[in-house]
Design a binder for this molecule. Structure first.
Ligand SMILES: NC(=O)c1ccc[n+]([C@@H]2O[C@H](COP(=O)([O-])OP(=O)(O)OC[C@H]3O[C@@H](n4cnc5c(N)ncnc54)[C@H](OP(=O)(O)O)[C@@H]3O)[C@@H](O)[C@H]2O)c1
Length: 326
């Protein structure tokens, strides 16, 4: 157990696109010490460290694992490298927050969870959405019965993405495809708000590289509710969610990074929750540090079982679409 006022030393691996967004919020978090950045290219690590206020730069990931000042490693590299890097970090005794999806498949996700448990080391998939106050408010409205009995949900994560076959999103060797990259968000949200997914059916199209570029998923939840989800790299932007009950509905614009939730009954707006102060990952970072302070090896807000179940669901979707071997 740590003392809640102690600074927690963060090391970041992979100073690429999303790392910049995360770093901005990390350095603004009081309890977080931005200790070190590691890249395969020392110059790139040095540049990132000076831009975002990290104390040190390392020219290899191994150097960061050996850095005594690092308590937790944040891994933000293409999905296919998550498992190996997280494994090395756990073996070095470092807590791990790893970007979504924790690994591209259920087997590797289970193995990583087992290793973290064996070693007594904290491990978490960075699913930021569930920690956002607007999503927590939507969950509270549902739990309070404000929309009656849950019946349906619709959640989309679609945008016009890259076409370059070598891009991380398009390249199967880098874990490309819409399901792993953004399909995980509607699956996570509907599972969080409607309960466990019992079965699903998926249809869609594959890009020339063999990865999914557009996918529609319908799910049946154990609660009896159903959900419809989409994810795509090939459409106009659509990133909202709606939850429908017998006596009301909730709309969540830009749900993966939600700042707003709207409660409606009988077509009228009853309540609007807005929080424009909070960033995308600040609440997730606080939840990680609370778990570390309590000496936990899983974050109660997003457990290993949650990651394993999401990996199973994504595998099922991709198997039905033919983008992974069944
Ligand atoms: N939570 C969110 O909202 C969110 C949003 C976007 C992305 N993500 C996740 O963040 C992860 C990274 O996405 P990104 O778009 O930031 O990735 P990216 O910019 O394409 O790459 C990030 C870094 O990965 C490292 N890397 C290590 N081995 C590599 C290899 N063989 N080929 C290419 N890069 C390699 C590189 O770091 P060095 O060369 O410096 O070592 C690179 O800068 C993904 O898993 C994605 O799902 C999360």
């Amino acid at each position: 157990m740590r003392n809640g006022t102690q600074r927690i030393g963060w090391g970041l691996i992979g100073p690429g696109r999303f790392a910049q967004e995360f770093a901005q919020e990390l350095v603004a978090t009081e309890r977080a010490g931005p200790v070190a950045v590691a890249s395969r290219d020392l110059g790139k690590a040095q540049d990132f460290a000076s831009r975002f206020g990290f104390e040190k730069a390392h020219g290899s990931y191994e150097e960061l694992f050996a850095d005594q000042a690092v308590d937790i490693v944040y891994i933000v590299v293409p999905h296919v490298f998550h498992a190996e890097i997280a494994k090395e970090a756990i073996l070095a005794g470092k807590a791990v927050l790893c970007e979504k999806p924790l690994t591209p498949g259920p087997e590797t996700t289970r193995e990583l969870s087992c290793l973290a448990k064996e070693r007594g080391v904290f491990l978490m998939e960075a699913m930021k959405t569930g920690f956002l106050p607007a999503i927590q408010k939507a969950k509270a409205w549902i739990d309070e019965g404000r929309i009656g009995d849950l019946r349906l949900a619709q959640a989309d994560f679609c945008f016009s993405g890259p076409t370059d076959p070598s891009d991380r999103l398009m390249n199967p060797e880098l874990g490309g495809g819409a399901v792993l990259d953004v399909g995980i968000y509607p699956l996570h949200l509907t599972r969080m708000l409607l309960g466990e997914i019992e079965s699903l059916a998926a249809k869609g199209t594959l890009a020339e590289t063999g990865v999914e570029d557009s996918t529609a998923i319908v799910s049946r939840h154990v609660s009896g509710a159903s959900s419809a989800m989409t994810c795509s790299f090939r459409t106009e932007e659509a990133m909202s969610a709606s939850i429908f009950g017998t006596s009301g509905m909730i709309e969540i614009p830009l749900f993966h990074a939600a700042k707003k939730a709207i409660l409606k009954q009988g077509g009228e707006v009853i309540e609007v929750f807005e929080d424009h102060e909070i960033g995308m990952v600040a609440a997730e970072i606080e939840a990680v540090m609370d778990a570390l302070d309590e000496g936990l090896i899983e974050c109660p807000g997003h457990t290993h079982e949650d990651s394993i179940r999401l990996a199973e669901l994504m595998h099922e979707v991709r198997s039905q679409l033919g983008s992974v071997a069944t």
